[in-house]
Write a protein that binds this ligand. Structure first.
Ligand code: HEM
Length: 439
């Protein structure tokens, strides 16, 4: 079979830098398997759910993590779970899995609700807040508590500060529309210098934390589970592996969840009918009490709101893979070593799988619709063996925090339309200003 349809233009770097959204939009006109090149790297975008399923699930062994993603993240997330492969990845994933069992997520529920309540209670009626910034602080606090059993407002907030510094530096580096995003780490730009300094601070903070905790008896938090985990030969994790996993979890776990909450709350402020239905559900199920894990089953409409927000604006907007051999997809030969992009934000907003995809409509998620939806037309957490290990944690956190905040306040916004950027995550270009209305 011939090669896939090429996106016209020899090298697409300039078009991509100018407007990555228009770039992906343009791809759709050339079919479901479209090749292009950016900054000397050969890419192929897959736009059909069947291809997503083959790459992530049924034929996953033919595909690896993209080399350029591993390189981009190497300094910070090292060989942590997101980037590692093969036997090392399997061993690490198996050792960490117990931290994400259902019972364990239950123990994280309490700080999720308590910190959300504290955040919402700190707002005055009529106060203006910057939604994404507030949500990032909240999810980082929740994550650090779950990961390190360490309330980051306490005396030692070095991990917290270090993690925020890293998040800022990574965002600055990875904006898909910036030239910096295409330069290797060793080029001495101001961005790269800030990035390296942020990593040094993080490493020092983690080293101190590991030293403090190494000799403590086993506890319930993630770090303790990692410190005491052993593989099938009875061997534990090296300090270096531990550091990479902590960096990975901080990196993968707080901005994504903060963005999901930001989009939920933003969309609710623009959709008064949805907001009224949510209020009715919260009032009737919770009756003024704090939500618990057990309540989540009854919060059916809350669940639909989150599902729909993750469809419309998926925080992780593209999954990257690389072909480890020549493969045939959609009738085309894709050569070994090609970077594949599986863009959730395109597929989940495609009118072949979702009616009126640009409308935020939680009510679309009926049992019949779900039964008809092709597998992998919706994959905000990826799929197959490399799917998001934090999915259960995130799903609980988003729903519990959303319910807790929505019980207390509503928001008005002056932002009518979201202007988004493709960084490491899909995020608003400008701060979303919200005015708090106490309920
Ligand atoms: C992997 C999305 C929250 C930790 C992934 C992947 C996606 C994703 C799409 C697959 C990447 C790939 O296949 O290349 C999300 C979204 C989140 C979220 C949308 C929130 C709304 C979290 C949280 C944690 C976490 C809270 C940790 C507590 C990870 C890790 C991986 C991963 C460690 C790599 C897993 C592996 O390769 O074995 N996530 N994630 N994520 N996520 Fe999440």
């Amino acid at each position: 079979p011939p090669g896939p349809t090429s996106y016209p233009g020899v090298g697409n770097t300039i078009g991509f830098l100018r407007d990555p959204f228009a770039f992906y939009d343009g791809l759709r006109e050339y079919g479901d398997v479209v090749s292009y090149s950016v900054a000397g790297e050969d890419f192929c975008t897959l736009l059909h759910p069947e291809h997503v399923e083959r790459v992530l699930v049924t034929e996953e062994s033919k595909f690896g993590k993209s080399e350029f993603i591993r390189e981009a993240g190497e300094k910070f997330i090292g060989n942590g779970l997101f980037a590692s492969e093969g036997e090392f990845w399997r061993r690490q994933r198996t050792m960490m899995q117990p931290a994400f069992y259902r019972e364990r997520i239950g123990t994280y529920a309490e700080p999720m609700v308590a910190f959300a309540a504290e955040t919402a209670d700190s707002w005055d009626d009529g106060e203006a807040i910057r939604l994404q910034q507030v949500m990032k602080r909240l999810t980082l606090r929740i994550l650090a508590t779950a990961l390190f059993d360490h309330d980051v407002r306490g005396a030692d907030s070095s991990i917290h500060d270090a993690a925020r510094g890293i998040a800022r530096a990574i965002n600055e580096k990875s904006d898909a529309g910036s030239v910096d995003s295409l330069l290797p780490d060793w080029v001495p730009t101001a961005t790269n210098r800030r990035y390296r300094r942020a990593i040094t601070r993080f490493d020092e903070a983690v080293e101190r934390l590991i030293d403090e905790r190494r000799d403590e008896p086993p506890g319930d938090d993630f770090l303790s589970i990692l410190l005491h985990a052993t593989d099938d030969r009875g061997e534990g994790m090296s300090d270096e592996a531990l550091r990479d996993e902590l960096a990975t979890f901080l990196f993968a776990g707080h901005e994504t969840t903060a963005l999901a909450l930001t989009y939920c709350l933003y969309l609710l402020s623009n959709h008064p009918r949805v907001r009224r239905k949510l209020n009715d559900e919260l009032d009737s199920v919770l009756d003024g009490d704090a939500p618990t894990m057990a309540d989540l089953r009854a919060l059916d409409y809350t669940d639909k709101i989150v599902t729909e927000a993750l469809r419309r604006y998926p925080p992780a907007y593209v999954v990257f893979r690389e072909t480890k051999q020549d493969v045939i997809l959609g009738g085309y030969t894709i050569p070994e070593g090609t970077s594949l992009t599986l863009p959730q934000f395109v597929i989940q907003n495609d009118d072949r799988w979702f009616d009126d995809p640009e409308t935020f409509d939680p009510d679309r998620w009926t049992p019949e619709m779900k039964a008809d939806l092709p597998d992998y037309a919706y994959f905000p957490f990826g799929g197959g063996p490399r799917h998001c290990i934090g999915m259960r944690f995130a799903n609980a956190e988003i729903r519990l925090v959303l319910a807790t905040i929505a019980q207390r306040v509503e928001f008005d916004t002056t932002t009518d339309e979201l202007d988004l950027r493709m960084g490491t995550t899909l995020e608003p270009t400008n701060p979303i200003e919200m005015t708090v209305k106490t309920r």
